[in-house]
Design a protein around this ligand. Sequence first.
Ligand code: MD3
Ligand code: FE
Length: 221
Amino acid sequence: MAPTTLDLFADDEPQQQPRRDRIGEQAFVLRGFALPWLEQLLPALEGVLAAAPFRQMVTPGGLTMSAALSSCGTWGWTTDRNGYRYTRNDPQTGLPWPDMPEVFLQLAQAAAREAGFAAFVPDSCLINRYVPGAKMSLHQDKDEKSYAAPIVSVSLGLPAMFLFGGFHRSDKSQRVPLLHGDVVVWGGVDRLRYHGVLPIKDGRHSQLGEQRINFTFRTAN
Ligand code: MD3
Ligand code: FE
């Protein structure tokens, strides 16, 4: 059989190339980018959560966040009545946040590179857990020492409708559906854009169950 004919058959295979959707000048959704990493990612996540279980936190205004949080890496993002900040220790255990697993770091760096951000060195990974009904209101990520580094966000489990706004809370938001395995990278001129997550719809994910888990990699300090 001629090679050209073979090529025609080869084209019948589904293309596994992850798609890159541009949602801002320097903001990209890498569709399915995390899928090949899952086999290593999920056991590493279990290890982190054994040392620093999910817990709900209170905002400075006294409201309990609907998403439950954990962290790993040198710095963990926390909130309580005294404000938002990064801490070296988990306030619940008094111990340092768990180390960032190597596979977390490798995935975050590979995604940043794919979106055009070289040399991303995250020192913090916030892990958010959403059950159906949980949401995150529009906000900016402003607690980091510098805004020079991008942010990498990995979505797992139930789908979410992500809100990608402008530089003022009242600016119109675009809605970006995020699925299991999608990775979003924001940086540069888009780093301080408002964003949020609409309430997660009821459902059950075959691997993750009735939840959405999001990793947010940042350079905090
Ligand atoms: C857009 N978490 O924890 S990161 C957060 O799905 C948070 O749990 C989202 O927002 C979640 O703060 C995903 C999304 C994100 C992070 C930084 C951004 C979006 C951004 C910076 C600029 C623009
Ligand atoms: Fe955020």
